[in-house]
Design a protein around this ligand. Structure first.
Ligand SMILES: Nc1ncnc2c1ncn2[C@@H]1O[C@H](COP(=O)(O)OP(=O)(O)OP(=O)(O)O)[C@@H](O)[C@H]1O
Length: 252
């Protein structure tokens, strides 16, 4: 039996705009399992990012409940949410949100210093991660002095510095060219292979095939899902075809 890491129970999210209530998530029930590389796909506007932010505590929900490791995490105080995010979650976005006047190394240190490790250990880990993410040589450069792919790899190092239980990734390859995307995806695959749990929203089939489970969202609900064996580069083409067929069957 797989261990449930994160669970959304009957999650609703309603935005209020122009005096109107706009329902975005409609009583979503979802389980994210430990060790899985879970992907969320679906048409634009289906609610993918809203679900990701609702599950990670970045967004308040209107109804329902979110549990992480069996503990309710919606409705926590700001301080408790900040602690949870610093110690348990890692975030990777389409834009890196690296601090522009800090070097890549310093960006990672800042994230590490809010975690549980001692400063000396944070510095050691940051250097090791920069090397692992293949940006060791660029560590003393500012985000503006590296390529988009290098900046995103540094952002992944920042996301994992505190050994998060789960990484949330929202279109991590959305701003990258093909080569940059491939490098980022290879790193995410390597993390996944090492046991890291990942939850990623993407439009990109080549990114989605890295997952072991793909959820498909439609109009604020999860309409279907596809399970895949662990990713192997040799099977990439076959997986792409399988996922494309599945998406076509869902009128994606
Ligand atoms: N703050 C907000 N106020 C009002 N409506 C919002 C807000 N944020 C998102 N929405 C709406 O909620 C719906 C779902 O948005 P969301 O970003 O979750 O979709 P998505 O599936 O991630 O789309 P995309 O693939 O285009 O990023 C959209 O119709 C969007 O316009």
């Amino acid at each position: 039996m797989k261990e449930i890491l994160l669970q959304g129970k009957e999650i609703s999210k309603v935005f209020v705009g122009g005096g109107e209530n706009v329902p975005i998530l409609n009583r979503v029930n979802v389980r994210i399992f430990k060790g899985d590389f879970t992907v969320i796909m679906g048409a634009s506007g289906a609610g993918k990012s809203t679900l990701l932010y609702s599950l990670s505590g970045m967004d308040d929900i209107t109804g329902g409940r979110v549990e992480y490791k069996g503990r309710k995490i919606n409705g926590l105080s700001e301080k408790e949410t900040a602690r949870l995010r610093a110690n348990e979650f890692g975030f990777v976005f389409q834009q890196t949100h690296l601090v522009s006047n800090l070097t890549l190394y310093e960006n990672i240190l800042v994230a590490g210093y809010v975690g549980k490790c001692r400063p000396k250990e944070v510095r050691r880990k940051a250097l090791a991660l920069l090397a692992q993410m293949r940006v060791g040589e660029a560590k003393n450069r500012l985000p503006s002095q590296v390529s988009g792919g290098e900046a995103q790899r540094a952002a992944i190092a920042r996301a994992v510095i505190n050994d998060p239980g789960l990484i949330f990734a929202d279109e991590p390859t959305g701003a990258l060219n093909k080569a940059g995307s491939e490098e980022v995806l290879n790193l995410l695959s390597a993390l996944s292979e090492a046991g890291q749990s990942i939850l990623m929203v993407t439009h990109d089939v080549r990114a989605a095939v890295r997952g072991s489970r793909i959820l498909y969202m439609e109009d604020g609900s999860i309409a279907d899902e596809l399970t895949l064996p662990a990713y192997r580069a040799a099977d990439a083409k076959e997986r792409e075809e399988k996922v494309t067929r599945w998406l076509s069957s869902l009128q994606w």
